[in-house]
Structures are given as structure tokens and as C-alpha cells.
Design a protein around this ligand. Structure first.
Ligand code: ZN
Length: 255
């Protein structure tokens, strides 16, 4: 029994273990959490990150949870009912061993080409995301943008500013995570056409399980199609690396 859980403000390993501590020592809960999340760096965990709780948050009497006891059972039930759709997705994520889809070619050849150009460290996450959305939600999504060169980014930035057209980006070359092959934009393909009115929240859940941060969580510019994995680096830090020429032999930034 386990539960997919979104990290709240100020939470990390110890507070999370304390929150669910029952009849065993705190260390037991910490170890259980670590074991259930082998890929999670608990020192870098942030609000909104997704982890796996190796226990149920609702049914086990041996675990105490303060917040649940405050609420009436009816209220909890009602809330659970409202979230039934979300829960279905979460359940499907739980059933997947590595919490992400399979690291193999997707249904879409143009997506596969784009993934092959991404930073090698996120290719598997990208394959997983596309494959898992298809498998769990029966929705085909395509990567519209993956790696984008700094020159291309500058050209796009100029559009709507110094060159004709609509503004398409808010950042100059070197300040987009796409410039390092660490971000993807996706869209649903329905009857051969892009469908932007799609299940972004469900995509986000799967994306997070695949190790990505979701652009829909940004405070200023909500960028729902956007998913990125930066290994803790901001675009500014990546740009500094680029200026120091920290590239591998294939031209990817060294992380
Ligand atoms: Zn993007």
C-alpha cells in the first residue's frame, strides 16, 4: 500500500516522517520513505515535488495523522469523491514500478526525433512521460519543442519585438531551459490535430512522477505545455556554465 504525495511548504524527510509517525521510531519512517523514493534527493526537495508514501494515508490505524482527526469522516469522504478523477491517475502512477513510463520509442516519430536531441540525462524521462500519458490516459501527446539553440531562441525573442509577428517567448537566448535540452513542450494530438484544451492537470501529475517540474505551476507565466528537469540549476546558472564552456563532447551542458 502506498500513496502518491505532493510535498507541502517546508516539508522534507524529517517533517514528513514525523507527520505520519505511528508506533515505531522516527528512523523507521525515514528509512521507509528513503527506500520508497530511491531517486529523490531529500536535500533538494521542494514544495510541489511528488514522492511516494510507503503507506496509506487514510486506512491504517497504526499511523496517526493530525489533520485527518480534525475533520469529520463525512467531509473527508466528500473531498475524496471530488478528487476521484485525480485519484484514478494517481493509482495508475502507483502501479508503475519506476513511477514513470517505459524508456522506449513513443508512438510519434517526430517526438522520437526531438527526444534524441534532448540532454541525454532527461531523454528517458521524456520517453516515459509520453508513453505513460498514452498508456494511462489513452491520450497521444507530441513534443512540439525540445532542444532549441541559443541563436534560435534569440530569433524567437526578436519576433514581436524587433521583427514582425506575435510575441512567442519572454526570454532571450541562453535564458530558456530549452537552450540546454532540459525542457519539452507537449500538446495532445487528437484526430491528427493539436488540441490545447486538454488534460493538463493529469499530464502534470504524470510529468512530476517522471521527474519534471511543470510550467503550469509557475506563478507569473503559466506555461502548461512546458515540462523541465534542471537538476537544481536555474537558467542563469546554466548560462554561466555555458559561458565557462562546460559542454561535453556532444555539446551538452555538463551537469
Ligand atoms: Zn517550454
Amino acid at each position: 500500500m502506498s500513496t502518491t504525495y505532493q510535498i507541502q511548504q517546508g516539508e522534507w524527510l524529517k517533517p514528513l516522517a514525523e507527520k505520519y509517525k505511528g508506533n515505531f521510531s522516527l528512523d523507521v519512517y525515514k528509512q521507509k520513505l528513503k527506500k520508497a523514493n530511491p531517486n529523490v534527493d531529500w536535500n533538494k526537495i521542494e514544495k510541489g515535488d511528488i514522492v511516494e508514501l510507503p503507506w496509506s494515508t487514510s486506512t491504517k490505524p497504526t499511523f496517526t495523522k493530525k489533520t485527518t482527526s480534525k475533520k469529520s469522516t463525512n467531509k473527508v469522504k466528500k473531498k475524496a469523491k471530488n478528487k476521484s478523477n485525480k485519484k484514478k491517475v494517481v493509482k495508475k502512477i502507483k502501479n508503475c514500478k519506476n513511477k514513470c513510463g517505459e524508456c522506449k520509442s513513443t508512438w510519434d516519430s517526430s517526438t522520437n526525433k526531438k527526444i534524441k536531441l534532448l540532454h541525454p540525462k532527461i531523454r528517458c524521462n521524456a520517453y516515459g512521460l509520453i508513453n505513460k500519458i498514452e498508456k494511462d490516459l489513452k491520450i497521444k501527446v507530441r513534443i512540439t519543442t525540445g532542444y532549441r539553440t541559443i541563436a534560435e531562441q534569440n530569433r524567437l525573442y526578436a519576433q514581436g519585438r524587433t521583427t514582425p509577428g506575435k510575441k512567442v517567448t519572454t526570454v532571450i537566448g541562453g535564458r530558456s531551459i530549452h537552450n540546454y535540452g532540459l525542457a519539452i513542450d507537449i500538446v495532445e494530438i487528437k484526430n491528427g490535430k493539436a488540441n490545447w484544451n486538454t488534460k493538463w492537470k493529469e499530464f502534470a501529475l504524470i510529468g512530476k512522477a517522471c521527474g519534471f517540474k511543470w510550467g503550469g505551476d509557475w506563478k507569473k507565466f503559466k506555461d502548461k505545455p512546458h515540462f523541465q528537469k534542471t537538476f537544481g540549476y536555474s537558467s542563469l546558472k546554466l548560462l554561466r556554465k555555458a559561458k565557462r564552456n562546460e559542454f561535453d563532447k556532444d555539446g551538452y551542458i555538463i551537469l
